[in-house]
Design a protein around this ligand. Structure first.
Ligand code: PEP
Length: 255
C-alpha cells in the first residue's frame, strides 16, 4: 500500500463546544501552530460558529466544516440546516454519520446515505464516520459492521464523487473515553474498509481514498497511529479544543 497516493487529513470535531468568540480565539491561536502543515487541516464546528470560524481562518491553511447536514435542500424541517446552506456560507466539509448522531439523534445507515448524497450534490467534501460498538467488537463482527455502514453510505456515490469522500473509522468505544484502539486495531479496520471500497470502485480508487482513525487520538498517541500504512489522518474530538495538542497531531501527520 502506497501512502503517498493520498493526502493525510487532520480534522477537528468540536462537537457542542465554543461560542463564536471562543471559536475565533481558538483559531487565531491555532493558525501559526499549523501554518506549515504538510497535511490538510480541517475544523468542523457548531453551526453558529461557522461564520466566525470562516472569518478567522481566512487566508490560512485551515479549512472549515460543519458537523452534520440535512438531506433536503430546504423545507419544513424545523431546526435543521441543509448542505446547500452550508455551501452558501462558504463551508467545504461536513461530518456525516458521527456515532453521537447515530446514538443520540436517530441517524441510521439510510439517513446517513441520504445526507451523504445531499452533501455531495451541494459540492461539499464528506467526512463519513463508521465504527462498531464495544459489544460488536467483542462478538467479532467489527468488519461486518463497518463494511455494511460503508456500503450503505456509499450507495449511489460515483467514482468521481468518491474523490470528495473521506472515511473516518471511529470505534464507538474509543470516542471521548480516553480508550484508544491500538495502532494495529486501527490499521486492521482501516484496511478492511479500503478493501470494501476496492470491491466497489476498484483498487486505484481505494488506494486514493483518505481513511482516518478517530477515537481518543491525542498528542501522545497520534504519531504511532498515523504511522500505520492505512491510517491517513485523524478525526479529533477532545484534543481539537486545545491548540497545542491539536498542532502536535497535525505535525505528526506531516511527517
Ligand atoms: C470524535 O468526536 O470524532 C472523536 C474522535 O472524539 P475524541 O477524540 O474526543 O475521542
Amino acid at each position: 500500500m502506497n501512502k503517498t497516493l493520498r493526502k493525510a487529513v487532520i480534522a477537528g470535531n468540536w462537537k457542542m463546544n465554543k461560542t463564536p468568540a471562543e471559536a475565533k480565539a481558538l483559531i487565531e491561536e491555532m493558525k501559526p501552530l499549523v501554518s506549515d502543515a504538510d497535511c490538510d487541516v480541517v475544523l468542523c464546528v457548531p453551526y453558529v460558529d461557522l461564520q466566525a470560524a470562516l472569518e478567522a481562518s481566512e487566508g490560512s491553511n485551515i479549512k472549515i466544516g460543519a458537523e452534520n447536514c440535512h438531506w433536503e435542500v430546504s423545507g419544513a424541517y424545523t431546526g435543521e440546516v441543509s448542505a446547500e446552506m452550508l455551501k452558501a456560507v462558504g463551508v467545504d466539509y461536513v461530518i456525516i454519520g458521527h456515532s453521537e448522531r447515530r446514538t443520540y439523534f436517530g441517524d441510521t445507515d439510510v439517513t446517513v446515505q441520504k445526507r451523504v448524497r445531499a452533501a455531495l450534490d451541494a459540492g461539499l467534501t464528506v467526512i463519513l464516520c463508521v465504527g462498531e460498538y464495544l459489544e460488536q467488537r467483542e462478538q467479532g463482527i467489527t468488519t461486518e459492521i463497518v463494511s455494511m455502514q460503508t456500503k450503505i453510505a456509499l450507495g449511489g456515490v460515483s467514482e468521481e464523487e468518491l474523490k470528495r469522500v473521506i472515511i473516518a473509522y471511529e470505534p464507538v468505544w474509543a470516542i471521548g473515553t480516553g480508550r484508544t484502539a491500538t495502532a494495529e486495531q486501527a490499521n486492521e479496520v482501516n484496511k478492511a474498509i479500503r478493501d470494501v471500497v476496492a470491491t466497489l470502485y476498484g483498487q486505484a480508487a481505494a488506494d486514493g481514498l483518505t481513511i482516518q482513525y478517530g477515537g481518543s487520538m491525542n498528542a501522545k498517541n497520534a504519531e504511532e497511529l498515523l504511522a500505520q500504512p492505512d491510517v491517513d489522518g485523524g478525526l479529533i474530538g477532545g484534543a481539537s479544543l486545545k491548540a497545542a495538542d491539536f498542532s502536535v497531531i497535525v505535525r505528526a501527520a506531516s511527517k
